[in-house]
Design a protein around this ligand. Structure first.
Ligand code: WT7
Length: 656
């Protein structure tokens, strides 16, 4: 659609009717919305029957705000729910994963029977290497089958995994390993990124040197690159795992056994270890995956294009889809590895039916042109999903037209690391969809949009997104910091979970997400805090002060713009500002991750500060987004904003 047409469409039609191809799952009468609303707790207890229990629970929610438990007296094993029970039901030959490596033709199909043998061997190996129920295990791996195996093997022996995104550097590993007291690390020699074998083990070596509690490191050989070896501490996966028995008798664990930690950025420099436990999380994962994606385990091929290093990978690659027993694609590489049509070749080859990805990826694919998807047979697709950031109507319509061929409904799903699973979404076959709207709370979920005082706002008005009742996948807290949990989520509005997002209901009552209202940035669907990046910048000895903002960006949603003042030494060293900027951008990428590399760094003589010394980031955001400046009169030096505005135009260090 060309520009004017889109506007016309949005103002006239504005919505697509529910697709009649999706009747079976959720369209029963009374609708699941009515059923769930009548008694949410009972509805979730009913959904929990999707799981296989060793001891069935007799309770559902126990709520001592802000701490909830679900199904607490039940017992189960998460890996049995994801693997064993499908084999026992006679589906051992069903493919669990079509694994697609980044190098062309590096593929492997793993059936549920294969996966059971793999997970069983790995569970034995972990036990042999001293991992026990209740321990924490860090996983730092590329998107290879062993990554999924490692997660499930931890779950099988009752150890909580803490997957750390392979793009993070050793600094981030140290923080996360120490915070959670991880005693064991599972990694690979390296991984592929655009044809280059990047090192992972070396990062682990550098990190573990500073983590005295780590007793063992298990290493998958993926790339064959040389690695340093610490005798006694390091173990090759192929030496220890492969010789184990493929039969492993699972133990059962309490419903509230910690399943995993997932570190995510808050509004401070220190990432938070978000804790998820077993049964409630798994119930949420399996139920949302079933309804939102309308899954048919016998025939669907699901592809969630996320990395397992993020919550989307945990819930909609590992736990939800595997507990539902579906077939998936697991792809190691970037969308352009081996050509910009790589994704479409994968969809065509494996007859993918359900594709779940992020707006930033859609916008990138859009830039590469509609002729690429059009050159491939995408007729297998029947449903499309979006997650991670607000999706702009243009990207939504392109996704619908060129990927979904005007046939596939799109579900725009809002949720967070903390919520464990999808919270706001259309349901195919039940709700209509609108380009850009996340639509409605999932059944059994209570969403409210409120004003500053916590009062619900009417249709057509904006406010803060809150969740007014606990749900099964809700985080059980921040690892080691119950006060921060209370403070961050439960103190802004009495008795409600404050998500940190702005939202509004339109005149039809449909929900639209409006982006973060705090200091959290969303870069290509990755969550980073402004303070985290500022912290990294001032950690460089050339930087005196730093202020970071997320500025809107056409492709990545938001991009990082940093404003820094230099130490005297740096300014007098005779190095050019261009060189300093390049060095600082690399520094941030090294200390945090390439995701955090600022799009632009502006060196300025001063930062805009109030008389009490507070940096006014709001004004910097105006500058970064080329907007008219707001009120500057409270600044000590109102002229500085104009100076920064001019400097901003001069440093065009916008090379990625
Ligand atoms: C933040 C959570 C959910 C898994 C991936 C990100 C933003 C997420 C949407 C959406 C608008 C969205 C929010 C949220 N977000 N999905 N469909 N529409 N915004 O998980 O890293 O925990 O980030 O991502 O701002 O708070 P996360």
């Amino acid at each position: 659609m060309v520009d004017g047409e889109l506007e016309a469409f949005l103002s006239e039609t504005r919505s697509f009717a529910p697709s009649s191809d999706f009747s079976a799952q959720a369209n029963a009468q009374p609708s699941i919305y009515e059923e769930a609303a009548a008694d949410p707790e009972a509805w979730w207890a009913q959904q929990a029957r999707r799981l296989t229990w060793d001891v069935e629970p007799t309770t559902a929610l126990e709520w001592t705000p802000p701490f909830a438990t679900w199904f607490a007296d039940g017992r189960l094993n998460a890996s049995v729910n994801c693997v064993d029970r499908h084999v026992e039901a006679g589906h051992g030959d069903r493919v669990a994963f079509h694994w697609v490596g980044e190098p062309e033709d590096d593929t492997l199909d793993v059936t549920y029977a294969d996966l059971l043998a793999r997970v069983s061997r790995a569970a034995h190996a972990l036990t042999e290497l001293g991992v026990r129920a209740g321990d924490r295990v860090a996983i730092y791996m590329p998107m290879i089958p062993e990554a999924v195996t490692a997660m499930l093997a931890c779950a099988r022996v009752g150890a909580a995994h803490s997957v750390i995104f392979g793009g993070f550097a050793s600094e981030a590993l140290v923080d996360r390993i120490l915070d959670a007291d991880c005693t064991f690390v599972i990694t690979a020699d390296g991984g592929y990124r655009r044809g280059v074998a990047s090192p992972l083990k070396a990062q682990v070596d550098a990190a573990v040197e500073r983590c005295a509690g780590v007793r063992g490191v298990l290493v998958v050989r993926r790339t064959g690159q040389d690695v340093a070896w610490h005798e006694g501490r390091d173990h090759w996966w192929h030496e220890v795992v492969d010789r184990q028995s493929p039969v492993h008798v699972p133990e059962s664990f309490p419903a509230e056994q910690p399943l995993f930690l997932m570190y995510t950025s808050g509004t401070t420099a220190r990432p938070k270890g978000i804790l998820h436990t077993t049964a409630g999380y798994l119930t949420h994962a399996v139920t949302t995956h079933y309804y939102v994606f309308d899954v048919k385990p016998e025939s669907d091929v699901c592809w969630t294009s996320a990395d397992i290093g993020w919550i989307t990978g945990h819930t909609y690659i590992v736990y939800g889809p595997l507990a539902n027993g579906v077939t998936q694609v697991l792809y190691e590489g970037t969308p352009d590895a081996g050509g910009r049509d790589r994704w479409w070749r994968i969809v065509e080859r494996y007859k993918v039916t359900i594709l779940y990805t992020a707006p930033t990826a859609i916008r990138t694919l859009m830039k590469w042109g509609a002729d690429l998807p059009q050159a491939h047979d995408l007729s297998s697709l029947r449903l499309l999903g979006s997650v991670g950031e607000p999706i702009n109507p243009e990207a939504w319509m392109w996704y619908r037209e060129y990927v979904g061929q005007n046939r596939c409904p799109i579900v725009d799903t809002w949720w967070q690391t903390e919520t464990g699973g999808i919270m706001v979404t259309p349901l195919p076959g039940i709700t209509h969809t609108k380009p850009g709207a996340a639509s409605a709370a999932f059944p059994g979920i209570s969403v409210d949009v409120v004003d500053n005082e916590g009062a619900s706002v009417g249709n057509g008005e904006g406010g803060y997104l809150t969740l007014s009742a606990p749900w099964p996948g809700m985080t059980r807290g921040i690892w080691g910091d119950p006060e921060r949990f209370q403070e961050t989520y439960w103190s802004r509005f009495e008795g409600r979970y404050f998500a940190g997002d702005g939202a509004k209901r339109d005149d039809d009552g449909d929900l639209w997400l409006l982006g973060r209202v705090d200091d959290v940035m969303n870069i290509s669907g990755h969550r980073l805090s402004t303070t985290e990046v500022e912290h990294a910048l001032v950690g460089h000895d050339g930087v005196a002060e730093a202020a970071v903002v997320g500025a809107s960006d056409e492709t990545t949603g938001q991009a990082i713009v940093a404003f820094v003042t230099l130490t005297l030494r740096a300014d007098e060293d005779g190095v050019s500002h261009e060189e300093i900027i390049a060095d600082l951008r690399d520094h941030v990428a090294r200390v945090i991750s390439p995701i955090a590399r600022p799009r632009q760094i502006v060196i300025t003589p001063d930062l805009p500060k109030t008389r009490s010394g507070k940096i006014m980031r709001r004004l910097l955001r105006d500058v970064a987004e080329h907007r008219a400046l707001g009120d500057v009169t409270t600044l000590t030096d109102p002229s500085i904003v104009g100076v920064i505005d001019t400097l901003m135009g001069q440093h065009g260090n916008d090379d990625e």
